[in-house]
Design a protein around this ligand. Structure first.
Ligand SMILES: [Zn+2]
Length: 450
């Protein structure tokens, strides 16, 4: 941009005749006017990169939207409490989705609910491209968990209040601020409350959104939890596997010597936990859940193990998965080889994938990241780049620009019964989200007289 201005200055400054004061003044004036006019390159006009927050905030409508947050914090708190108190375990988000749908519909957005239960409110832009602002509906808490919100001092306390009550309330607040201010974006904005982010939901809601809009989609901003201290630009890859070993089973005394699935699983597990993983790229495994057997005096017919694998590099995950397969095969073979009565029954094994989150990274020169940085600067915030596992994994893995942000305020105890949220400072977080979103979507060009 700087170089363009310099070129333009020279072009207009050079032909100035030195000794004609009136013309000189006129030309100087023209020169000054040209210098302060925004320079429009046809390429940039057709392909909005990101828009700086300070130039956005110069627009009266954007200013109205920014002010809206400061004046309506109570409304945002109330919506957050209302939504948090509607149970929404993964795969059972429908009631909460309906409540979100009603609020978005009241803002005058075109609403639809897709096949798997994502609620999408559409604000049409002046061009074909699409930007998504998303917040997940689901929680990790099973049906029946006490989720009534308690107020303790300045805090709201309830399971799910921050993750993702804050994100959902932020989504609604940004939609309402934009609609109240009558902002018309250049790119279409989709306000999406999506299902299936947590656990075995396996990001299914975001996968469906990306499938549906992939060709036009230019950026995804995910609101997950609270805070303004971070921006997730790197997607942590993970894979979740279930090992299943089965056999005929029998009596602990009379059938002793038959191959035992739990023995085989233990032999396999001991081999696997000796697998070496690198410190960089950071790579982890966890034997998280183990079950099987029916009683202490029976040879079990089944043994199961759930394993979580994570890495900053997906090749390491593939390597760990193949190591797990080798270890299970070897553990089963050991057990068969050592079973005195191996002719009386054979062990079978298999490994099922029960979850997979692909990795990916936002390039450092990404326009979406530039929009976030500009918003941070405007609101006086500093944030660090983080690697994490969120709905942004899906777009990032496909090379679509995406970030995940907290929606302001502060919180703690995520995924625990003591989860809390404190709204102090929320308006700064919401302004940051709005400016980042508009930085990515742009404003529709004003219509001249036709
Ligand atoms: Zn979350």
């Amino acid at each position: 941009m700087k170089r363009r201005i310099a070129t333009k200055t020279l072009k207009w400054a050079e032909p100035l005749p030195p000794l004609l004061p009136v013309r000189t003044v006129k030309q100087l004036l023209l020169c000054a006017i040209l210098l302060v006019m925004p320079i429009r390159s046809p390429v940039l006009a057709n392909r909005p990169r990101s828009f700086s927050s300070s130039s956005l905030a110069d627009q009266p409508q954007v200013r109205t939207a920014l002010d809206w947050f400061t004046k309506n914090l109570k409304w945002v708190d109330d919506e957050q409490v209302k939504l948090t108190e509607i149970p929404a375990p993964s795969f059972q988000e429908a009631k909460r989705a309906e409540a979100v749908r009603d609020i978005l519909a009241a803002e005058g957005l075109a609403i639809h609910t897709d096949k798997i239960g994502n609620v999408i409110g559409e604000l049409p832009g002046s061009d074909e491209e699409v930007v998504v602002l998303a917040a997940h509906l689901d929680t990790v808490f099973p049906a029946g968990t006490e989720i009534k919100v308690r107020r303790e001092g300045g805090r709201l306390v309830a399971p799910g209040i921050s993750d993702n009550g804050t994100g959902l309330a932020g989504l609604l607040a940004v939609a309402r601020a934009i609609q109240t201010a009558k902002i018309k974006p250049r790119r279409t904005i989709l306000f999406a409350a999506n299902v299936g982010e947590e656990g075995e939901g396996n990001l299914r809601g975001m996968r469906a959104l990306i499938d549906a809009y992939r060709t036009k989609l230019r950026a995804v901003i995910v609101l997950d939890g609270s805070g303004t201290d971070h921006v997730t630009t790197k997607a942590l890859a993970s894979r979740r596997l279930e090992v299943l070993i089965t056999g005929p089973g029998g009596h602990s005394w009379s059938d002793f010597g038959m191959p035992n699935p739990i023995n085989a699983l233990v032999r396999a597990s001991v081999r696997f936990i000796n697998t070496k993983v690198p410190a960089a790229p950071r790579t982890t495994f966890n034997l998280g859940q183990i079950e099987g057997g029916t009683s202490v005096n029976s040879i079990p017919y089944e043994a199961k193990l759930k394993v979580d694998l994570r890495s900053e590099n997906e090749d390491e995950i593939a390597r760990l998965e193949s190591s797990l397969r080798d270890c299970v095969a070897a553990g089963v073979k050991d057990e068969m080889d050592n079973a005195r009565e191996r002719n009386r029954g054979k062990l079978e094994w298999k490994i099922n994938q029960i979850g997979s989150r692909p990795g990916g990274e936002l390039p450092p020169d990404s326009p979406l990241l530039a929009a976030l940085r500009s918003a941070d600067e405007y609101v006086g915030n500093q944030s660090r780049v983080e690697r994490s596992s969120t709905d942004a994994n899906i777009p990032l893995s496909l090379g679509i620009e995406a970030i995940a942000l907290g929606a302001g305020g502060s919180g703690g105890g995520a995924h625990s019964l003591q989860e809390w949220y404190e709204p102090a400072g929320r308006d700064m977080g919401l302004k940051r989200v709005l400016l980042t979103l508009l930085g990515a979507a742009g404003l529709a060009p004003e219509k001249g007289p036709s």
